[in-house]
Design a protein around this ligand. Structure first.
Ligand SMILES: [Fe+2]
Length: 158
């Protein structure tokens, strides 16, 4: 489904490669919530410094002409709700949902997507969904280019 803060994109590699890579890491760390000064044990993240996700990120930097894009894997346990927020620092992101079926929620509704550029400055949340698998996400966070401009560059380089 379409939403003004969400733009569907393609995954440039076989999804299974990324799923395998996301599961190969053993060193996920609990996300540190700087606002509430606490670790979130059911929301894990892994900064990526090499491998397929890293290479994809480097490819997008060149293709989109954006210098500051950072790749991370996230695992959101199906018991965990990511509450309403706007990302800090991240203007937008290229998100690839590799596992789980929980939708992203905006204030005006819930939206399912697999691969999309998201405007992370639009308030959003991901509510827990015990029926679903843990949510595995590859997120390429864009720090120095707006959502609108990133979408424009994505479309013009297809
Ligand atoms: Fe977010």
């Amino acid at each position: 489904m379409e939403h003004k803060a969400l733009h569907h994109i393609e995954l440039p590699v076989d999804e299974n490669l990324l799923i395998q890579e996301s599961k190969s890491y053993k060193d996920y760390e609990p996300y540190y919530d700087t606002k509430n000064e606490c670790y979130l044990d059911d929301w894990l993240q892994k900064h990526v410094k090499a491998g397929i996700a890293y290479d994809i990120c480097e490819m997008y930097k060149i293709r989109l002409g954006i210098s500051d894009i950072r790749p991370r894997y996230y695992i959101q346990k199906n018991t965990f709700t990511l509450p309403w927020h706007k990302d800090r620092g991240t203007q937008c992101s290229l998100n690839f949902v590799l596992g789980g079926s929980a939708p992203i929620s905006f204030r005006d509704g819930n939206y399912h997507y697999k691969y999309a550029i998201l405007n992370t400055q639009e308030e959003h949340a991901v509510f827990h969904n015990k029926e679903s698998e843990n949510r595995i996400l590859l997120k390429l966070s864009v720090f120095d280019c707006s959502f609108e401009e990133t979408v424009k560059r994505y479309e013009s380089t297809k």
